[in-house]
Design a protein around this ligand. Structure first.
Ligand code: B3K
Ligand code: ZN
Length: 837
């Protein structure tokens, strides 16, 4: 098929819409095969837009137009034109009502955008531009309309009929069908529209808002999943309370709903009052979901809920502003999870994700600013840069303003822009106005791509008791941006004395000595020198505490300094980061030279940490986890995938052999005794125990494998079952096959658990991994139509199993290309994402 190149959309070409739609009355006659959509739109000329050609251009794709009337008059073909992407109505008045009737085909919709079929239900996904597959509309976020929706369907197939807003009555029709009305009083962009219809089971709870309104909370799931909603419901209530306390944001509608669907292209969607979720981020029971799943559910439920204010009440003017809602909402969900769990561990996980995904994106051919300048396909811009770096950019503003001023600034943002479609510039201006600070240089974080590199050198002048840090920043070129002026970077630091305690960080010239602890320095130029005084000994610097900016740091610390920080730093994040750098240097050394020594100092530092019974176990587990091969490859110019894999195996083996007894002791000391609870304490125990098990497996004396098998058989929670299964699958052989068979049999019919069965095989770095993955494509439980299943098998193999995916013979790449080519005509969004690695 011949296709023309789609047009490039540029930020600088933004023009306000020529028409506005104040009211949209939609009536759906729902059926999987064909659905009729009748839309009655109240349109008027936008006073803020210059007059165009007088024609009305509505977006529409894959719609069959059945009828078109303007102010009650059926339009003859001469007065309108329909093409593949639009309906153009000629010479329209300044204010009018337009009625369209279209037919669409949900069951033929494999792209999962617009109205589609998931299992036995019908559901929608409209962000970014799916609404135009439902009806003709001005499908752009700066057109905000009030929606009234009528749904008509056969109650035998679709007894539950949902849309946004508040329920407005139901009726039984004479022909036996049921009708339900929904009314959303808040104007919203079309991307937040949603409809769900199906035979759904309901779990209900309630939440009393700060002002005393009682809000029913409803989670709808496929029948059979009612017993897996407790955690999502608890997370939702916690998120609602948190947004009231931390941001003064109360829920606004009379009802809040979540629907879990099994066929979904991404994580979840924040449709007003009716969040639609990938069921992976709702359903959890201790025996079906791991601690990581529990944590993700908590974060995603909160994220979508928080969008009600950051995204829905205040939305984006255009899609270039995507980070306005996504960066801010990710920051909010990160802070929520930090508050309800362990702050240091949450920060470590988020930074690990940032470094593993965003840093490589920012260093590669797809590097783009947090606020991009142009796109061809907006769906491909839902990137880790827009989301995760975007969150870092908000976090830095929060750090520069401090908690009180930041709260004042967000209050101002909500007050000033409620009900509007705005830009990242509007956000920054609220930060400035509330604080009186000048963030003109800071704006570069939205404009310039690339990860800044900080080169930090220290000098100590014993006679003067002065310690000087010279800091130089430089950002490598990225596509289209060869030269980068300096960024405004908040650099949080501490100075440690030889007793391991924080010293006061006093800048020269300051009279008063600040209290010992963290100090925020600000970089705005390419080079700075900071001199600290009153230091009777050379301190050990703790740089970029809490990862105060998304940068790479090159310092001149020794291994001994890092071991010191790993043991003493009051900043938990930096204790972890010091350990990571130690692991990393060793692993890179071993990659280059298989005979590279593994020093006794390193083993002892590892052992001391492992045996520190006073430590927070979750943090300890992070400290003692080696950086992933995928992460290490970002540190190499020419990536030696085989060398990295060998280095990883060698180091884990040495740790397993040398520290076998300590590891065993830690394993047994943290064995599960009580029933499963999802608390930071219990999660930490399981993490540390399973980490010890992983090293023990590498000790090579058979004890590890015995423990693994026993744990696999005895464990009642999925965290421990999966930890054991993963290790067995990595080892391979009869043990692995037996465990995989047992697991498959036990969980037949539990789709999300079967995803784990696929992904555990896809990630095992066994020499025959690709053959196994290829064979699994033919497994009766594999389905290319279910995105979760595709991701579990194909994405896990290509993203996680680095050594096999990047095999030198290219077989891994061929495999992926074949999957992408197969999927592209079916589900282009999913296909495009598969290409990431
Ligand atoms: N806003 C949605 C993402 C939509 C992706 C469209 N391709 C989920 C979220 O970020 O909360
Ligand atoms: Zn989001």
């Amino acid at each position: 098929m011949y296709r023309t190149t789609p047009p490039v959309i540029r930020r600088e070409d933004y023009r306000p819409a020529e028409f506005l739609i104040d009211q949209a009355d939609l009536r759906f006659e729902l059926d999987a095969g064909q659905t009729l959509v009748e839309a009655e739109l109240s349109l008027r000329r936008n006073p803020a837009a210059p007059r165009g050609d007088g024609d009305l251009h509505l977006d529409g794709e894959q719609l069959e137009l059945l009828d078109l009337t303007l102010d009650g008059r059926r339009l003859p073909p001469a007065e309108y034109r329909v093409d593949e992407h639009a309906l153009v109505v000629r010479r329209v008045p300044d204010r009018f009502r337009l009625r369209t009737r279209v037919q669409i085909h949900p069951s033929a919709n494999t792209a999962l955008e617009g109205l589609y079929v998931s299992g036995d239900m019908l559901c929608t996904q409209c962000e970014a531009e799916g609404f135009r597959r439902i009806t003709y509309f001005l499908d752009r976020p700066d057109v905000m309309s009030r929606y009234r929706v009528t749904l008509v369907a056969d109650p035998a197939r679709y007894p539950v009929l949902l849309s946004n807003g508040n329920p407005a009555g139901t009726e039984e029709l004479a022909d036996g069908r049921r009708l339900a009305r929904w009314d959303d009083p808040f104007p919203k962009p079309s991307y937040l529209f949603a409809v769900v219809a199906g035979d759904l089971a309901l779990v209900e709870d309630r939440f009393v808002t700060a002002s005393g309104r009682e809000i029913p909370l409803r989670i709808f799931v496929e029948p059979g999943n009612r017993d897996k909603c407790d955690h999502a419901m608890r997370s939702l209530k916690a998120a609602m309370r948190w947004d009231e306390t931390r941001y003064g944001r109360e829920y606004d509608l009379d009802l809040f709903m979540i629907v879990a669907v099994s066929h979904f292209n991404m994580g979840a969607m924040e449709n007003k009052g009716l969040n639609v979720f990938n069921d992976k981020f709702v359903l959890a029971r201790p025996d079906t979901a791991t601690d990581a799943d529990f944590a993700h559910i908590e974060g995603v439920v909160a994220h979508e809920y928080f969008h009600n204010w950051t995204g829905n009440r205040i939305t984006c003017r255009d899609w270039f502003q995507l980070s306005l809602k996504e960066g801010f909402t990710v920051y909010r969900d990160q802070e929520f999870s930090s508050d309800v769990g362990s702050r240091a561990v949450k920060r470590i996980r988020d930074v690990r994700t940032l470094r593993a995904h965003q840093f490589p994106e920012d260093a590669g051919p797809l590097a783009h600013p947090v606020r991009p300048d142009s796109y061809i396909e907006i769906n491909n811009f839902y990137t880790t840069t827009v989301y995760d770096k975007g969150a870092e950019v908000v976090r830095m503003q929060a750090a520069l303003l401090g908690p009180e001023m930041f709260r004042r600034a967000t209050d101002r943002y909500f007050e000033r822009h409620d009900g509007q479609a705005v830009t990242t510039e509007d956000f920054v201006r609220c930060m400035e106005d509330a604080s009186g600070r000048d963030l003109s240089r800071f704006r570069r974080w939205y404009e310039q791509a690339g990860t800044p590199e900080l080169h930090i050198q220290a000098e100590y002048d014993a006679a003067a008791g002065a310690y000087t840090l010279s800091v130089r920043q430089q950002t490598p070129p990225t596509p289209g941006q060869p030269i980068k002026p300096p960024f405004h970077i908040p650099l949080a630091i501490g100075l440690l004395g030889s007793d391991g305690r924080d010293l006061p960080v006093r800048l020269s010239g300051e009279r008063e000595s600040p209290v010992p602890g963290t100090r925020l320095l600000e970089l705005t130029e390419s080079e700075h020198n900071f001199t600290f005084t009153g230091l009777s000994e050379r301190p050990v610097p703790s740089l970029l505490r809490g990862f105060s900016a998304p940068v790479r740091v090159h310092d001149d610390l020794s291994d001994a300094d890092r071991m010191f920080l790993m043991a003493h730093d009051s900043d938990g994040f930096n204790r972890w980061d010091a350990a990571q750098t130690l692991h990393e240097r060793l692993l890179l050394g071993l990659t280059d030279d298989a005979a590279h020594p593994i020093s006794e100092d390193y083993i002892q530092a590892f052992q001391r940490a492992l045996c520190d019974t006073s430590a927070d176990r979750a943090l300890l587990a992070e400290v003692l986890t080696l950086p992933a091969e995928t992460y290490l490859s970002d540190r190499m110019t020419v990536i030696d995938v085989d060398g990295l894999h060998r280095a990883h195996r060698r180091l884990t083996q040495r740790i397993g052999e040398r520290l076998r007894d300590d590891l065993l002791a830690v394993y047994h000391a943290n064995a599960e005794t009580d029933d499963y609870v999802f608390s930071p304490e219990a999660v930490g125990r399981r993490a540390l125990k399973n980490l010890a098990l992983a090293y023990l497996m590498r000790a090579g004396d058979g004890e590890g494998i015995e423990l693994c098998r026993a744990q696999f058989e005895a464990a009642h929670n999925m965290t421990d079952v999966m930890a054991a299964l993963r290790l067995l699958a990595q080892e391979g052989g009869a043990e692995a096959d037996a465990a995989l068979a047992t697991f498959h049999q036990r969980w037949a019919g539990e789709s999300l658990v079967l995803d784990k069965w696929f992904s555990v095989q896809a990630s095992a770095p066994r020499p025959d991994a690709l053959e196994r993955v290829t064979a699994l494509l033919e497994h009766p439980d594999y389905s290319a139509r279910n995105p979760n299943r595709v991701r579990a098998l194909v994405s896990t193999f290509s993203n996680v199993n680095q050594v096999r995916f990047h095999a030198a013979d290219g077989a891994g790449y061929r495999f992926l290309v074949d999957r992408v080519l197969e999927l592209d005509p079916v589900n282009p969004l999913l296909a495009a994402r598969l290409l990431k690695p």
